[in-house]
Design a protein around this ligand. Sequence first.
Ligand code: ATP
Length: 262
Amino acid sequence: MTAIATEDLLRADGVTVRFGGLTALDDVGLRVAPGTVVGLIGPNGAGKTTLFNVLSGVLRPTAGSLTWKGRTVSGQKSHRLARAGISRTFQGLNLFHKMTVLDNVVAGADRLARGGPLSLLTGFGHHHRDEAELRDRALAALERFGIAGTAHHYPSTLPYGIQKQVALARACVGAPELLLLDEPASGLSGKQLDDLAAQIRGLSEDMAVVLVEHHMDLVMEVCDHIVVLNFGKVISTGTPDEVRADPAVMQAYLGTAERSGR
Ligand SMILES: Nc1ncnc2c1ncn2[C@@H]1O[C@H](COP(=O)(O)OP(=O)(O)OP(=O)(O)O)[C@@H](O)[C@H]1O
């Protein structure tokens, strides 16, 4: 590990990902300062999910580096990054459907277990005090997200909007310093979207947030800074107003609409 002086919580430099002959990300850089909400946008296939997978350790980039709180963490696996304080949600929610809501959220608190990561799930290094404390934490998280009444239900029996809140509670219960949100607005509408915007701003008081999202109103409302990808390259960065006014961004989205005949 190399320590460097930085005010960024997370920093990605020169990230390139190739899948065979396809370059999904090409020399991409990203910086996330503590307490900020960073939006990652771009047309379908731009590389947003691929970058998320790199930032959360799911995917090892072909080239480039990742720095967390001034230390290089390139190539570290997702459980190590989660333990370090980087948490994420998934487009498909990835809830454990054979576990209750409460147990799903307890699993998210694993990084705080004294017995070490995965001790609660595997029983290895299991600590009874851990279990009681982490259940209390999980219950508090369910209350914070307004879904305490669902604690003993199974996720698949709940409406989609509530399942999304369970996934969010699971991602936040371990007190991460960075939360990666993958399309949190998908499948939501009306008041749910307003509530989500308020929720993201509220979360950013405790942690930095990086948001992949197609819902532009939400992105423009909650983000401090936006990075725009197209065909794997960063084509624009700036405040919501700067990005909105950038002709390159409009062209990227128009180009996509023209290609799909919209
Ligand atoms: N595992 C993979 N193997 C091969 N190609 C992949 C793989 N994952 C992604 N790609 C390709 O990489 C490019 C970027 O995909 P990615 O899913 O990151 O885009 P995206 O911006 O998240 O798109 P969307 O908004 O539709 O979710 C696409 O051309 C995609 O087909």
